[in-house]
Write a protein that binds this ligand. Structure first.
Ligand code: GH3
Ligand code: MG
Ligand code: MG
Length: 247
């Protein structure tokens, strides 16, 4: 309730309200005690009764609430950071799994459909071996930019492993997902990565699965996407293989 009030009214308003409340309460208690003792309040007693809460309440409450808000902000920053892959700035595996579970829940409740794509860079080990690990990192970042241009705001693109990415396409039919992901694959193949003076052709293989006919559990969906990805690798790489995950 305190946090909700702070967010709703803002820190200054809450501090003023607490100060006024403290002054009124202090005056009421002091007056009640003097009344019970049968003595009237002197000017000095009134001054002390009003001055103490007027000075202490705003100082202490400002300090305490400011601390609460700072902790809250730090907590939120930490939560966001824990969802991010630091090399690419994409979401990480943990966040992707969270979003996938949410999407499965939504699909079960509302009967919508979604798709999941596993994207794996082709022959990345060779690129690393020829150009060095740091250049490999740069390529991961450049590829991220290329992929990010192809996905929609509602999609979740994540780096789930070394040179493996996953894409969650919520509220998307199998056909639309196939079109979108194929466009992404073509976009990657058409964009040359640059490492110093070198310009490299990067390709990806993609395994796609869709929940159009009902939803499996998380592991089932990931397994089908993984199988589709390996089929794409076996069939010669730089291609998309789509499989439907039947419920
Ligand atoms: P395939 O086409 O079958 O996927 O072959 P591949 O070489 O891409 O696959 P493999 O799994 O053999 O190699 C993946 C490589 O990715 C091995 C590892 O050195 C590299 N790698 C993993 N994480 C990182 C990273 O964070 N940065 C860099 N530069 N390389 C990484
Ligand atoms: Mg791989
Ligand atoms: Mg690879």
């Amino acid at each position: 309730m305190l946090k909700a009030s702070l967010k709703h009214f803002g820190l200054p308003t809450v501090v003023v309200a607490i100060t006024i409340g403290s002054i009124v309460l202090s005056a009421a208690i002091s007056a009640a005690v003097h009344f019970a003792l049968g003595v009237s309040m002197s000017g000095l007693a009134w001054a002390v009764t009003l001055a103490c809460p007027a000075l202490i309440a705003p100082t202490m409450s400002w300090w305490a609430f400011d601390l609460v808000l700072k902790i809250e902000i730090a907590h939120e920053q930490l939560r966001v950071q824990s969802t991010i892959d630091h090399l690419t700035g994409l979401f990480n595996r943990r966040y992707f799994m969270e979003r996938l579970r949410e999407e499965i829940d939504r699909t079960q409740r509302y009967g919508t459909s979604f798709a999941v794509a596993f994207i794996d860079i082709d022959n990345f080990k060779r690129i690393n071996d020829e150009h060095g690990h740091l250049s490999g990192d740069e390529i991961l970042q450049q590829l991220t930019q290329t992929c990010a241009k192809q996905v929609r705001d509602i999609d979740t693109l994540a780096r789930i492993g070394g040179e493996e990415f996953a894409l969650l396409l919520p509220q998307t039919t199998a056909e639309d997902a196939e079109r979108l992901v194929e466009r992404l694959r073509e976009g990657v193949a058409a964009t040359r990565a640059t490492i110093g003076d070198h310009s490299l052709e990067i390709t990806v293989s993609i395994g796609l699965t869709s929940s159009s006919r009902g939803v499996l559990d998380v592991n089932g969906i990931l397994r089908v996407a993984d199988e589709a990805l390996y089929a794409a690798k076996r069939q010669g790489k730089n291609r998309l293989v789509a499989r439907t995950a039947l419920g």
